[in-house]
Design a binder for this molecule. Structure first.
Ligand code: MLT
Length: 407
């Protein structure tokens, strides 16, 4: 008899963004004339840049011609793209070998799928607030028990709050897998070298593996902050890094990412190369490689003109971030992040809870944000605004907050 995976029943009230979409739909039904400015989901809005578009068009033409047509590619990714990514890391001082880079269809699936190469009973530590995918995929994979008081038993939550600058202390207990996201989604905090070093030392002492999500690394403008965990000594023996072209180059819908599993990474009972071989096996079995149209687009992003154009996109979104920070500060709302990250993490005014403020902001100012509690118990009392929007919309939102939001 077929049975469903009962772990799905443990998941809480749907994924965060569909829940936001549901509330905004209901608002639209109640207020047919009103237009909402959506600064909720972090989804890019600017078109792909000319260098990328040219490459994508070229690739379509190649598929239209029998002489240049290609079918299945290499599961691990186009070797030229893997090399281009290794070279990209080299540009900020990180030595990665091309065969340690696994190209994928994005950081989100990789950050969930990576759990499958580790033991079912692995204890997972996450930052709280946290990007929900890390937790929900652990739940689906049966790595958690009951949900109580806003947290799953079996997961170790590492508090991120104003007192610790939204970056956690190392866990007090022994854990196996540690998710770190820097620049952080949702808080916009960026880990320093020293903070990451403490986790690397912890991982070595406890035979743990760090899964480092650097999807927003390109938004770091402060040269003293690390853009990759491999900038810190010792990371190549204990850390996997997952990243993406989504926010770097507006590929949220195009889909292209990568995961780095260093050859030297080894945990108890394995030899160097074995963890990497397992990820290779997983990808070769369950993934047929990223789209052959898209991968040259990734190479175009990493070319000299491509990187320059991407930087212009990033600068545009970061100018939005400043407008959002200033706008919120002007009405007395305290903000964090938004300096080396495209997310502004704000304290809900007057001690309101996150969903209460979400509804108030939507109903009064017609602005949609993301309630902090949607990222976990540690996000209660905060909300997140995304800088991925058109300038006119951002200005409209800030003006409306100033005029229409009554606190
Ligand atoms: C977000 O809004 O947190 C992001 O869009 C999520 C994602 O990149 O999957």
């Amino acid at each position: 008899m077929a049975k469903i995976n009962d772990n799905y029943h443990k998941l809480q009230s749907g994924y965060l963004f569909p829940e936001i979409a549901r509330r905004t739909r209901e608002f639209a039904e109640r207020n047919p004339g009103a237009t909402l400015v959506k600064l909720g989901i972090g989804d890019t809005t600017k078109p792909l840049t000319p260098t990328v578009i040219k490459s994508l068009h070229q690739e379509i033409d190649n598929l239209a011609n029998a002489k240049t047509y290609t079918g299945y590619g290499v599961e691990q990714g186009n070797p030229d793209l893997r090399q281009a990514l290794a070279d990209y890391y080299k540009s900020f001082g990180v030595n990665i070998h091309a065969d340690e880079v696994f190209v994928s269809d994005g950081a989100k699936p990789d950050s969930a799928n990576i759990q499958s190469i580790f033991a079912d009973n692995s204890v997972i530590a996450v930052q709280d607030p946290v990007y929900p995918v890390y937790v929900d995929s652990a739940v689906i994979g049966g790595k958690t028990r009951e949900y109580k008081d806003g947290r799953y038993e079996g997961i170790v939550y590492m508090d991120c709050n104003e007192d610790n600058g939204f970056f956690p202390e190392i866990p007090k207990q022994k854990v196996d897998l540690i998710y770190l996201c820097s620049p952080n989604n949702p808080t916009g905090a960026v880990a320093t070298h020293e903070q990451l070093k403490a986790f690397i030392d912890y991982a070595h002492a406890n035979d743990a593996v760090i899964i480092f999500d650097s999807a927003y690394a390109a938004f770091i403008s402060d040269p003293s902050l690390p853009r990759s965990i491999y900038e810190i000594e010792g990371a190549e023996t204990c850390a996997i890094e997952i990243s993406s072209f989504s926010k770097l180059a507006g590929f949220t819908g195009v889909r292209l990412g990568w995961t780095i599993v260093p050859h030297k990474l080894a945990i108890e009972g394995t030899h160097p190369g074995e963890v990497q071989a397992l990820w290779n096996r997983r990808q070769s079995t369950m993934f047929n490689g990223a789209s052959n149209i898209v991968q040259p687009g990734g190479m175009a992003v990493l070319s000299k003109p491509g990187l320059k154009e991407s930087q212009e996109l990033i600068d545009y979104y970061m100018a939005n971030a400043k407008i959002i920070r200033d706008g919120l500060n002007d009405v007395g709302i305290t903000t964090f992040g938004g300096v080396n990250a495209p997310y502004i993490w704000a304290k809900t005014p007057g001690g309101m809870d996150s969903w209460e403020f979400f509804d108030l902001l939507m109903n009064q100012a017609h602005v949609v944000g993301t309630p902090g509690v949607g990222f976990g118990r540690g996000g209660e009392g905060y909300f997140r605004l995304s800088a991925f929007s058109d300038r006119a919309n951002v200005k409209k939102a800030m003006k409306s907050i100033k005029v229409n939001l009554h606190l």
